[in-house]
Design a protein around this ligand. Sequence first.
Ligand code: SF4
Length: 289
Amino acid sequence: MRQFVFTPKLGWSVSRYNLFETCKRQYYYNYYAKYDPEHPAKKILALKKMTSIPLEVGNIVHDVNKTLLERLKITAKDIDKARFYDYAEKMTQAYVQAKTFQEIYYGRMTSVGAERVFEKVRISLENFLNSDRLTWLIDFAVHKKDEWLIEPPGYGETRIGGMKAYCKVDFMFPVHDRLFIMDWKTGKPDLKKHRRQMVGYTAWAAYHFEKEPAKISPIVAYLHPDYKEIDITVNSSDIEAFAKQIRKETADMNKFCQDVQKNIPKDKALFTPQKSRLCDYCNFRALCD
Ligand code: SF4
């Protein structure tokens, strides 16, 4: 993958822009904690670090799938399912113990038991284990396993239409002359949002591996409650339109910077809180109430 010299300039990402659109104050707390004149950065970062049950389910499933694929690179022997679920359950217990859940912090629940989180983790993993996709991976993708990228390290920095952007794929692998990108989802399908994310991943792969977008197949794999996939088709014109969009969205975010090159925000007051029903699930509620 191509490497970049670090610059502090802000880089577009699906999650960054989603946050920017949803609530400017939440965006400020997420990206500019150290500039906050009211609250210590330490407090903001501690709130930012909090997890939630849905987030943690996704996190654990991603990590277990990573281990599963790494194991598949070593051996395609049948998986001992009892051991596999035991491993996933232990991981769930360790993660749940180590994290602060916003459900508890904001008093919606008195405790979060690992068994509650594991229920959905187990179903998601089971669905993937029983999927035709896993069989297909073993039959058609394993022989090029040395070229697999499983949650590549770093933040996924790339350039889209010359703009700095971040797109972090879960799993990319070649089959014949095509590159496949898979993204695991444990939440609800959201075709518009997920298609946009996959167009970004295609742009990332096209840039780093000099591949025609038409030769890249992004797949969204929904793991819960049943296994379901959505294949996305992306062509060069989609990437061009996407690049224009990124340019506009980056410019929108840059308008909130007093120093664009150094990514220093303007006054906090400009990042107005956008109260909505999403506040009930926002990590920073304690700073807004
Ligand atoms: S609690 Fe609501 S208004 Fe405050 S940062 Fe979160 S989403 Fe924005």
